[in-house]
Design a protein around this ligand. Sequence first.
Ligand code: ADP
Ligand code: MG
Length: 299
Amino acid sequence: MLKQSVETTPDIPLSTFKESAELHIVDTVEHQETPLIDTTQDAIEDDKDSIIKIINLSKQFDGIEVLRDINLNIQKGEVVSILGSSGSGKSTLLRCINWLEQPERGFIYVGDERIGVNAETNKPAKYKELAKMRQRVGMVFQSFNLWPHLTVKQNVMEALIHVKKWSKSEAESMAETQLEKVGMSHKLDSYPSMLSGGQKQRVAIARALAMEPEVLLFDEPTSALDPELVEEVLTVMQKLSKEGYTMVIVTHEMDFARQVSDQVVFLEKGILIEKNPPEKFFTDPDSTRVRQFLKLDAS
Ligand code: ADP
Ligand code: MG
């Protein structure tokens, strides 16, 4: 099915399909069999309210460390924004959280479950286990990644039917509910090519919500949009934050990050150099680098 889609739509970048496939069609995931995880650090702090715990996480590409010893706790219902310049490791950090990238070192827990690792055998999770783990974490990409040959409603139903094995009518009902939440009820039978970028991203958000994840990850959800379409997506995200969703958002929208976040995190060359509530982060950050990034010392 995946191959066919790629062949019939050569104008869509392969990466689009790769990410969707990695999330939903788990049998196509290349899987690393060696557990490159430091099992000596199994003790985690007893923090019942954390929904995500990232402990000593390090990730390399081609021998270069792009995430270095990241520690981050995210509480249930919290909105955490991740800022940093291009190449600082923001996307890689999000991708590690749902195991689209496998870290060399460290642990990531979603609730009590260690992502990517079978709790009983301490070995890498198999495809099906991984697919189940990933359902706890929804992801929204900059490039929407909607299936071009499916309608808006079918895009939202697809994983419910094929991954969650829901009936068509159950999936349809959930799709309609979530599309209403993002203000897209009037476009149920439209194809993605008929939508604006802002509408496409709202459908992508509805698709993530439909899987009922415990955490939503957003990787620069408005960066591909024309400026006049940014607001409608941010409004939906703001609404979700008020409804109590746990959200981790990589963004360059400073005003938005300031308004919605409970915590703001700054990455620099793969190192988490600051984490503070927005009032502190944006007015009186601890690090010189963040002051410089925010141009706080400029006259
Ligand atoms: P950001 O999202 O903050 O812009 P990324 O997480 O995308 O940063 O990238 C961090 C670093 O890792 C960059 O130097 C980038 O070039 C590198 N990188 C990201 N993905 C890959 C990959 N699949 N292969 C090799 N290098 C990568
Ligand atoms: Mg990125």
